[in-house]
Design a binder for this molecule. Structure first.
Ligand code: ASP
Length: 338
């Protein structure tokens, strides 16, 4: 099943102001004759309205999850056409929301509209469909998880991140090997693909997400006022601290005092690194140790997108932060290396 949410892949230049805006699915089908020639049965479903993925909200994730659950038994796999800007956020969110997933949900999109002569959309789409339909000798899906297919690379969704705003090679999976690579053939790295404990469990959608989570990117010159606003905001239950290197933040008294105050207020503070590769290790430097002493929890090598989705999901599940905290470092959907 092909689900179209919007994004550049299906956009066309609006003659009035030259900006790219999404157009209906018919345009994609016209530009990709492979869809009609395919031996696979492909049904398409379009969201209304179609959006630029910068407008994605958790409500869209909920609609997507519901659609996949409702059609789950009718299809071998699902391809989600989505804008690239927030694709990793959406793929991360769906990876947590879809419980007992045993079929492929492959996100893809493109950097150039599918109607453009040098488009990357056609190949991305055709490869994503092949992945969504691929089965092993026993008839089970080869990639029964939420993934992102882009520029011939298949990545775990909650390990992917957008790294390039202009090249076709726009996504990376910095801390986890690729699930597959599409060359003349699609080569699957089976040892890195997650398989469900049971294949026949009904697909369930997690309960409501709790989005009372903020992200604070640490930088030289950050002021007490900004840190206070984000860490102590009454509407925030958890904050992702995007720290330097292996999980370091300023060691100044004022900073650590605000961190202590946030923890004392019962907020969950999670440490992820600003670096693209590698993991948080709060044991390495005094600055990291100070954070750990204050009760900041390590986010390991999880991406910011993956941790945001995990927190939305965990906070939705647990009304008590103390119950959610021990799961931060736990590998739940392959999002973190233990
Ligand atoms: N702004 C677009 C979107 O995310 C970019 C893209 O699709 O590549 O919807």
């Amino acid at each position: 099943m092909l689900i179209y949410t919007g994004g550049t892949i299906g956009m066309r230049q609006d003659p009035t102001d030259g900006a790219l805006r999404p157009v209906d699915f018919g345009q994609i089908a016209e530009e990709v004759p492979e869809l009609r020639k395919s031996a696979l049965r492909i049904d398409a479903w379009s969201f209304d309205p179609l959006i630029d993925s910068s407008d994605v909200e958790p409500a869209l994730w909920q609609s997507l999850a519901t659609l996949i659950r409702d059609r789950y038994d009718q299809y071998d796999g699902f391809v989600v056409l989505h804008g690239t800007d927030t694709m990793s956020y959406s793929a991360s969110a769906l990876s947590f929301m879809l419980e007992n997933l045993a079929k492929p949900v492959v996100f893809t999109g493109s950097q150039l509209p599918v109607g453009a002569p040098r488009t990357d959309g056609r190949e991305n789409l055709v490869s994503a469909i092949e992945v969504a339909a691929a089965k092993d000798a026993g008839g089970h899906a080869l990639v029964p998880e939420v993934s992102v297919l882009f520029d011939a690379k298949l990545m775990r969704g909650n390990r992917s991140t957008k790294v390039n705003a202009e090249q076709f090679d726009a996504f990376s999976s910095p801390n986890h090997p690729l699930l597959a690579e599409a060359g003349i053939q699609i080569r699957y790295n089976l040892q890195h693909i997650r398989r469900p404990a049971r294949w026949d469990e009904p697909l369930r959608i997690a309960g409501a997400l709790d989005t009372r989570v903020s992200i604070l990117k640490i930088h030289p010159g950050i002021t007490p006022q900004v840190v206070r606003n984000i860490l102590l905001g009454p509407e925030t239950r958890a904050v992702i601290l995007e720290t330097y290197g292996s999980g370091n933040a300023p060691s100044k008294d004022w900073f650590l005092k605000i961190v202590d105050e946030a923890v004392a207020m019962g907020k969950l503070l999670v440490n992820v690194t600003q670096c693209l590769r590698g993991a948080v290790n709060m044991q390495l430097y005094a600055t990291g140790k100070a954070l750990e002493r204050s009760g900041v929890v390590s986010g390991g090598d999880c991406t910011t997108e993956g941790m945001l989705a995990k927190l939305f999901w965990l906070l939705g599940k647990y009304s008590d932060i103390r119950e959610a905290a021990p799961h931060i470092g736990e590998n739940i959907r392959g999002e973190i290396s233990e």
